[in-house]
Design a protein around this ligand. Structure first.
Ligand SMILES: [Zn+2]
Length: 318
């Protein structure tokens, strides 16, 4: 996700206060050191603080780490792996993990909602199929209900990116918990859908079945028609997030569009035009197919499937 300058200031202040309070209360439970990793964090070029802010020394996440741009997340992981090829077996790794989990819990509890609201993400970026959104609960003590906040690069393997906001993606439960789980996007070079318009590149199509002299879209017949032309990392993405499988469930989309084309055929259009002289083909088409012709990609689940199927059927009827 992205973050506004105004919110950045609040987050910085929050972590400064957190550190200050812990010193005042002598509460150092999350300040346990993991020397090798801390040295790496302090000296790493991507996140080293050049300002007079000494929070690195105090082991609070630095501004650079919190607001690291997404491309540098991958660079940071590369560097980490070169330095610590055997990190998962190092005893101090669990200390590093614990500390960043603590920071992440604080970030999520205090800023999770506002970050998601600022980013105006209404459908799951991974599948672009399910709605996600935040709503306040009736019982105010129960706060609000929000979608999963996924770490694009796993926080269990790369805990130092647990609080990096560009590494956070609000997502649906299916993509986050059922499909992605603990699979590693770094190892598989999966692209980030908030950084790249992956679905713009994917093309969907479907097959008809002959039934009583009629052509109908048949169940589970949706497929990605340009698979072989896609870049390898897009192919990996499709495999990783089971896009083919998720989209094949939606044969209701071609069925609904086909129904509209059948209903508003040339006879019906001519009839309408006769009844009302101000109507023409374009106006009728705009009225009937508005939701497919003028798709709002940010708020319409399955927008790419709807767009592609509409175009295909339109070509077939003209
Ligand atoms: Zn999803």
């Amino acid at each position: 996700m992205r973050v506004s300058n105004k919110l950045k200031e609040k987050i910085i202040k929050f972590f400064d206060n957190l550190f200050h309070d812990s010193r005042t209360n002598n509460d150092n439970k999350y300040m346990e050191k993991s020397t090798e990793f801390d040295d790496w964090l302090i000296n790493n070029n991507y996140i080293k603080n050049i300002s007079n802010d000494n929070s690195l020394i105090n082991l609070v996440p630095t501004q650079k780490l919190l607001f690291l741009n997404f491309n540098n997340c991958e660079n940071l992981i590369n560097d980490f792996i070169i330095q610590f090829s055997n990190y998962e077996n190092m005893t101090t790794f669990s200390i590093l993990k614990k500390r960043f989990e603590f920071y992440y819990d604080k970030l999520r509890d205090n800023f999770g909602k506002i970050l998601q609201e600022e980013n105006q993400i209404f459908i799951c970026p991974y599948c672009q199929r399910n709605y996600i959104g935040i709503f306040n609960n009736k019982d105010a003590t129960k706060g609000y209900t929000a979608p999963d906040l996924d770490h694009f690069y796993l926080k269990s393997k790369y805990p130092f990116l647990a609080v990096t906001i560009s590494n956070l993606i609000p997502s649906c439960l299916v993509c986050n918990q059922r499909i992605k789980g603990t699979k590693d996007t770094y190892e598989k070079s999966i692209p980030n859908p908030l950084e790249e318009n992956i679905f713009e590149k994917i093309e969907f199509d479907f097959n008809y079945i002959e039934f009583n002299n009629d052509k109908l879209p048949y169940i589970n017949s949706i497929y990605i028609s340009n698979m072989k032309d896609l870049d390898d990392n897009y192919k990996e993405y499709i495999k990783f997030f089971k896009i083919q499988e998720q989209y094949s469930l939606h044969s209701e989309i071609p069925k609904n569009i086909k129904r509209k084309f059948d209903k508003y055929n040339i006879v019906k259009k001519n009839h309408l035009k006769k009844c009302c002289s101000s109507l023409n083909d374009k106006i009728i088409e705009d009225m009937v197919f508005q939701e497919y012709k003028y798709i709002d990609k940010k708020t319409t689940p399955l927008w790419k499937l709807k767009q592609d199927i509409y175009k295909k059927m339109k070509n077939e009827t003209t």
